[in-house]
Design a protein around this ligand. Structure first.
Ligand code: THU
Length: 131
């Protein structure tokens, strides 16, 4: 079911710029029905690093697509790499709803599907600003 998105995340990982951590990450999202890929992009000033998920999201948003329907992510080890805390918050900002699937990929055949709510309970969002 998530085959295409998983392939896109794996493909995106090949573009990772991770000379400091040597931990390439690939992500792919569906936003407004379109797939966007992203990789992690590190920097000699480590704090300037951008995660793969945020790269994909920022590409989508900068092209006018602000409604994420699914997120897939894969790290470099044969293990499950979950989105970091900052990426979870950024996903929440643009997620279509709190139940969107977050696909945590180990390899093409093995992956776990969680919802955004599962990995970010008690989400802080724009609604909270109006309370
Ligand atoms: N990284 C991601 O790209 N996504 C995550 O959700 C976890 C961490 C990257 C950032 C950094 O380039 C490398 O993994 C090691 O932390």
């Amino acid at each position: 079911m998530y085959e295409q998105l998983i392939k896109a995340a794996i493909n995106a990982r090949d573009k990772a710029y991770a000379p400091y951590s040597n931990f390439p990450v690939g992500a792919a999202i569906i936003s407004d029905g379109k797939i966007f890929e992203g990789c992690n992009i590190e920097n000699a000033s480590f704090g300037a690093t951008n995660c793969a998920e945020r790269t994909a999201i920022f590409k989508a948003v900068s092209e006018g697509h602000k409604s994420i329907e699914a997120v897939a992510v894969i790290g470099d080890v044969n293990a499950y790499t979950y989105p970091c805390g900052i990426c979870r918050q950024v996903i929440a900002e643009f997620a279509k709803d709190t139940k969107i699937p977050i696909i945590i990929i180990k390899n093409e055949k093995e992956y776990i599907v969680k919802t955004l709510e599962d990995i970010l309970p008690g989400i802080f969002s724009k609604e909270d600003l109006n309370k």
